[in-house]
Design a protein. Sequence first.
Length: 476
Amino acid sequence: MHRRAVRMADNVTVGTTRVAMVMNTIKQRIAGRSLTAGAKLPSVRALAGSLKISTSTVVEAYERLVAEGAILSRPGSGFYVANQAAPFALSEVGPRLDREIDPFWVSRQSLEAGDIGLKPGCGWLPPCWLPEDGVRRAVRALARADGPVLLAYGSPLGLPPLRQLIARRMADKGIGASPDQIILTESGIQAIDLLCRFLIEPGDTVMVDDPCYFNFHALLRAHRAKIVSVPYTPSGPDIDAFARTVAEHRPKLYVTNSALHNPTGAILSPVTAHRVLKIAEQFDLTIIEDDIFADFEHVTAPRLAAFDGLDRVIHIGSFSKTLSASARCGFIAAKPEWIGGLTDLKIATSFGGGRHAAQLVFSVLSDGSYRKHIETLRSRLSKTMFDVSARLKNLGIVPWLEPQAGMFLWCRLPDGIDAADVARAALERDVVLAPGNAFSLSQTATDFMRFNVSQTEDPKVFEVLCEAMQAARGKA
């Protein structure tokens, strides 16, 4: 531009639309600084003529670039490059390798890897394992819905039919809750965020398992909570340590998974559940029970909410693990007297809710194909769990326990190997791992690593693991 002829970019993928090709050409000129901030773009007619395309194609490309903020439209004058730097393309610059391995590390690397890198450390299933056909049917049905469904705010509590369905699903696990005791959220994490806003103040103490899902740490730090932890065993929290920690620190909340614990895959025993609830009652402790892996179970495990009757236990869940990570929809089930306050808080922080996502989730869950999908998924995970466990053992990586279901293996590395060193070395080969101390508040899981078996099938994972462990062993 700058009065030079414009050629279509040479590296555009075959099959890309003409509109996208025009957009890519402009973006590459901006990124390469041949078009600087404030520079005027060719007129629609001039660019169409030089590229030998229709003026309508250029108009649409320019309008999309305006919508993205890459260029500006000045009526009567033309189009200009926006006065802001083009955003970095993470796929081009690559992930940073010098970041501290903290509660954000695994999430950052997994999300930034996109669809290219291997992610045995991430916490979700590959898209090809999810019910794409069912989601597409639900999207088509949503597109045919009445105007208010597509355009208006929904009920603060959330879509009534979905809340009724969730109540029935909870009843199958022995948890009694009416639809009016259930409030929809945009995810399981948003459910915990809402509950933290509702139940704690900055400086309050919250207890978690050690190890536990690393984003619990991140979220609680965002709320400026004091975090304490209790060691986790194959049957639940170490009950003696649990009693001592609660007595000493008097936490207001305990956040945990009862079934298919993340990252260990352990299952809470009935005996431990009763003792946890007895201590919670003695010290007026509220428990948030995160149950987002419920549909992975072959046999229903004990739930604190089932024993407690939603008195001091709050039960939460979501559908991102088995249905779609893009359809952000979760829920909170709590005692009736708390629902009003939670609803007010939801209005204050997000006003409406994800009405589209809720409708989509309800459509898929109501479809008989979802049950078949879950049956197939459980079987596939069981086989993959066995295969991946065997291949890890061949490398000297030993599972802490053999989970009854789910997608996680919590494993100990060979003696003398630091999981963080292995993770950094693997990242240089575009493999994202989940080192143990990201999950451990006490930082006592140096030689542990969590593997998502559904993301650990590629032979390259084991090749890179072997090389990364050798590099870490040499560093020790």
